[in-house]
Design a protein around this ligand. Structure first.
Ligand SMILES: [Zn+2]
Length: 484
């Protein structure tokens, strides 16, 4: 791989997409230094001379370089280790092969292309998609224990963090802040360019499979989805409903955080009817601290939405007491927290008067569970990681009438997690024999792999995708495109 250098000092500024090619909005940004530490990148191609031709490889390169540099610089203050999960450098592959996908695999961010009759779509051309994948890498650097756990709600939270990363990183552009405030008349909580994620990717994917993307974007943070037990949901639904797939289920938590961002802006703005771009920038930084602080202090449990929501309420109360109360209300309204849990949080906050219980800190220890796997064709059980600790205060999600919902046992959560992976063809069996779905994705695109260690067969995560991937994912052109 060539060494990364920027030899374009003369080009002090470059032109890039603001958030997505489909928005068609360009902005001018400083020439980024992708190798800058902390959180340096190594691209798989040498830096080309900057170009204003939006269809060119050089334009895509600099759009990716600018978005990833901006995103890493934004998140850097919140990452205690001050490096990626695997060290100081993260590799970037802007066009791996034909697929409508993007992923993070701990050593690299990977993007792909889809050849359509009239044009080719590059997933690495969208700052939304770039900053979603960056979000996986940042969360992995902040809390590596979330990587390999067999807990459906944790996989979904990883996706939510990625989508919120796309939104918060977009808000670091002065031109985008001014534009969204003008276009929404200062009332950000609506369906907008900010709430819609990866529009070009989503529109293309929707034509291939309406189960996987909305008609106008990949996912929308402006939504009204409420929490329910993920094991009660079907594995696949139209995007108007929730499914148990992590990308679909993630929309509950993203919806709550997007609503929180907009609500906090109302509180923070000197004139709530006319928030300024600077005030919006400050709120984006507050939400960043609340998210990262909540994650760091969260325990790895099966009811992870309620657990991390509780921690974020504590963090937000440290920023502003109004934020804490508002975030708690949002989580209760979306059934992420039960009314009983909310009452207990309120009384704990009153007692300690700090909003934070420093005696209830996770040690981030994991343990392996043995999950029977004969139904998937394996002769031995699979070892699947889960959290080894229980917090002193157990936050619970809610039933539709607000009552506390018992979280799944670690064994039940791991069994659901494994069953969904096999059903969607997401397990690379390595040298072992398994039952495969009819049209399995190519092996290197699967999220998990089976490996053997001294304790037995282990299920290991290989990557996080940016979109739902079922048995037909990764297969080249679908019939609808061939017929077009
Ligand atoms: Zn993702």
């Amino acid at each position: 791989m060539p060494a990364e250098t920027n030899d374009f000092a003369a080009a002090a500024a470059i032109t890039v997409w603001e958030d997505d090619p489909a928005s068609g909005t360009l902005t001018v940004a400083p020439l980024p230094d992708v190798a800058k530490q902390p959180f340096g990148y190594l691209f798989d191609t040498p830096a080309p001379p900057p170009s204003d031709q939006t269809g060119s490889a050089a334009f895509r390169y600099w759009t990716a370089a600018e978005a990833l540099r901006r995103g890493a610089d934004f998140w850097a203050p919140q990452v205690p280790a001050q490096e990626w999960q695997r060290g100081p450098i993260l590799e970037v592959y802007l066009d791996r092969w034909e697929d409508l996908q993007a992923d993070y695999d701990r050593t690299s961010l990977n993007f792909y292309h889809r050849t359509l009759p009239a044009e080719t779509i590059y997933t690495g051309a969208s700052p939304d998609t770039l900053c979603h994948e960056l979000g996986h890498a940042i969360l992995d650097a902040i809390k590596p224990q979330l990587w390999s756990t067999g807990v459906p709600e944790i996989s979904a939270f990883h996706e939510s963090f990625g989508d919120m990363s796309a939104i918060l990183c977009a808000l670091q552009l002065p031109s985008l802040r001014a534009s969204v405030l003008a276009n929404t008349a200062g009332q950000l909580y609506c369906n907008s360019r900010l709430s819609r994620l990866a529009e070009q990717f989503g529109v293309t994917l929707h034509v291939e499979d309406a189960h996987v993307a909305d008609a106008d974007c990949l996912r929308n943070a402006w939504n009204a989805f409420n929490y329910c037990d993920p094991s009660s949901l079907a594995p696949q639904q139209l995007t108007t409903s929730l499914s148990s797939n992590p990308h679909s289920f993630s929309r509950i938590f993203t919806g709550a955080l997007f609503e929180a961002l907009c609500t906090f802006l109302d509180y923070h703005a000197a004139d709530s009817g006319a928030p300024t771009p600077d005030e919006l920038l400050e709120v984006s930084e507050q939400v960043r601290a609340i998210m990262a602080g909540g994650v760091i202090r969260s325990f790895v449990v099966t009811g992870y939405f309620a657990e991390v929501a509780h921690r974020m309420v504590q963090e937000s109360a440290l920023v502003d007491s109004q934020y804490g109360a508002a975030l708690l209300d949002i989580f209760v309204r979306r059934s992420i927290l039960s009314t009983e849990t909310a009452e207990a949080i309120r009384s704990r906050q009153t007692e300690s008067d700090t909003g934070s219980d420093k005696t209830d800190e996770p040690r981030d220890q994991l343990v392996a569970l043995s999950v029977p796997a004969s139904e998937f064709g394996l002769e031995e059980p699979l070892l699947v990681e889960t959290g080894a600790e229980t917090p002193r205060f157990i936050a619970r999600g809610a039933t539709v009438d607000g009552r506390s919902l018992e979280s799944a046992s670690p064994e039940a959560a791991a069994a659901s997690f494994v069953a969904e992976l096999f059903a969607n063809g997401q397990v690379d069996p390595g040298e072992y024999k398994i039952r495969e779905p009819d049209k399995p994705p190519r092996r290197e695109s699967r999220t998990h792999v089976i490996v053997r260690d001294e304790k037995g067969l282990r299920l290991r995560r290989r990557l996080f995708h940016c979109r739902q991937c079922d048995g037909a994912c990764g297969v080249a052109l679908t019939a609808s495109w061939r017929d077009a």
